[in-house]
Design a protein around this ligand. Structure first.
Ligand code: SAH
Length: 466
């Protein structure tokens, strides 16, 4: 190791940044996360830095610092944007005995700023001694994904409880308590149930240790998005990596599953034509049974679990069994389709209403009032409509919509098998059949509002002059 990682105590100490432009601002943003006093040295400061001085968060000096001036500083950054000036600042600071960091000149640095993952008070610093900055960024991204955004708050809570833990929990049980604390209560906290997490911890402290019964796991209904793995949310990735068992179906891309832990069990319950699939009530039961065995269950679902995803059935089973259950939202197919068409779902002045509709009802019958919701001013994304294209066309025409109204059909949006048809209400069924388009697909219609288009912008009520 050419450098040694350390955390420096910053409270009340002075950090000097010599420079007044973007390089200096980058360092200032970092240092202002700490409790150090910040001094900026430059003839002129750009807007962001000047505002810091204005707000009393930094002081400003204009004359070039001497070694004596810098001798009491904890850290000096040479960040003027000019390598020559920075080299000069570095030698002055070193003569004064201060630790120096010169931007982009590793040879002149006593101290190197690491890549930081900030979950204050939990801080991860990553350094490669200048050999591989890109690798440092990649590691940072991976660690960012591993650590929930609220982890700092939870660690701080744990810190506040330390004295109580020492007082109430016998030494022999303390380690087990903390191991438990950073499992179940941390999970609760990460899912937004901060109060429940605090209550769990306090109850365990009062009871003299972690609960013995740690048998209940959890269920997460996780939105896998429309297909492309990089359209998963960070939270979805996190749940996949925590999962002991994953139930997935046909709409989930194999690449998404690869994000799970290698030893997680993967169970296919999907509804591909011709392949044996699980009835819904069996899925509802099995996810609960697995969670009650103490396992972390992920039910991975295409798009957003709360849209045509039977989430209600899966959640009520879990609730009835007192198993914690959450929804992790995902990018729904309609949003994916809009991105692939390069056109937003709503357009100011044309569509002020977005309808997500299914063409197929609970008894597998075709919904017979789809056209009614396509009033002027509406964008409508029809899910599960491919097989019902002829009926949808007939309903639209019977409802008085123009036969030449434009319709877009997009199948397998964001995947390698994506296909797009631009057609009209009239041509909908024939064009789908001609191209042999396959599920899953969205039928997207826009019935723009003439009234909305023509109308002048709404006038704000006039305020009376004082
Ligand atoms: N929960 C999902 C929808 C499940 S219903 C979501 O929020 O997207 C299944 C239907 O979703 C399919 O019949 C199709 O209409 C639509 N769908 C899912 N993925 C799609 C994709 N990649 N491209 C187009 N449509 C898709």
């Amino acid at each position: 190791m050419k450098t040694f990682p350390m955390f420096l105590r910053m409270e009340g100490r002075e950090v000097v940044i010599v420079g007044g432009g973007e390089e200096a601002a980058q360092k200032a943003r970092l240092i202002l996360k700490t409790e150090a006093r910040l001094t900026l040295v430059a003839e002129t400061l750009d807007g962001e830095l000047a505002a810091l001085v204005e707000a009393g968060r930094a002081t400003h000096e204009t004359s070039a610092p001497s070694p004596v001036r810098l001798s009491g500083s904890a850290l000096v950054f040479a960040a003027s944007g000019c390598p020559g000036l920075d080299a000069c600042t570095a030698s002055v600071a070193r003569a004064g005995g201060a630790l120096v960091n010169a931007v982009d000149q590793p040879d002149l640095c006593d101290a190197i700023t690491p890549s930081i993952v900030d979950r204050d008070p939990v801080v991860v610093a990553i350094g490669t001694e200048g050999t591989a900055p890109v690798l440092a960024r990649q590691i940072k991204t991976q660690v960012e994904e591993m650590l929930e955004p609220t982890l700092g708050g939870f660690a701080a809570l744990a810190g506040r409880l330390r004295t109580a833990v020492t007082a109430s929990i016998p030494k022999a049980r303390r380690r087990a308590f903390w191991r438990w604390a950073f499992e179940a209560p941390r999970r609760q906290h990460a899912q937004g149930a901060e109060r429940d997490a605090a209550r769990m911890l306090k109850q365990a402290i009062a009871a003299g240790g972690a609960p013995d019964d740690q048998s209940v796991g959890s269920i997460a209904l996780v939105g896998a998005g429309p297909g492309a793995a990089d359209l998963l949310t960070l939270r979805a990735v996190r749940r996949l990596q925590e999962a002991d068992v994953i139930f997935y179906d046909r709409l989930v891309d194999p690449e998404v599953l690869e994000l799970a832990r290698r030893d997680a069990e993967r169970i296919y319950v999907g509804k591909a034509p011709g392949i044996h699939s699980w009835p819904q009530d069996k899925i509802d039961q099995v996810i609960v049974t697995e969670a009650r065995r103490g396992r972390r269950v992920v039910r991975l679902k295409g798009g957003d679990p709360s849209i045509f995803g039977r989430a209600d059935e899966e959640m009520s089973g879990a609730r009835a069994a007192n198993v914690p259950v959450e929804i992790v939202p995902g990018v729904t197919a309609a949003s994916a389709v809009a991105s692939r068409l390069g056109r937003p779902l709503t357009e100011r002045g044309r569509t002020n209403r977005l309808v997500l509709a299914t063409a197929v009802g609970a008894g597998n019958q075709i919904v017979d009032d789809i056209a009614e919701a396509l009033r002027p001013g509406t964008t409508m994304a029809i899910y599960m409509g491919l097989g019902a294209a002829a009926e949808i066309r007939d309903q639209m025409i019977a409802h008085g919509l123009p036969a030449d109204l434009a319709v877009d059909v997009v199948s397998a949006a964001t995947t390698a098998h994506e296909e797009i048809i631009h057609t009209t209400v009239d041509g909908l069924a024939t064009d789908i059949a001609l191209l042999g388009m396959k599920n899953p697909a969205i039928i997207l219609l826009r019935n723009p509002s003439i009234a909305l288009e023509a109308k002048e912008p709404v006038q704000k009520p006039r305020t009376r002059a004082a």
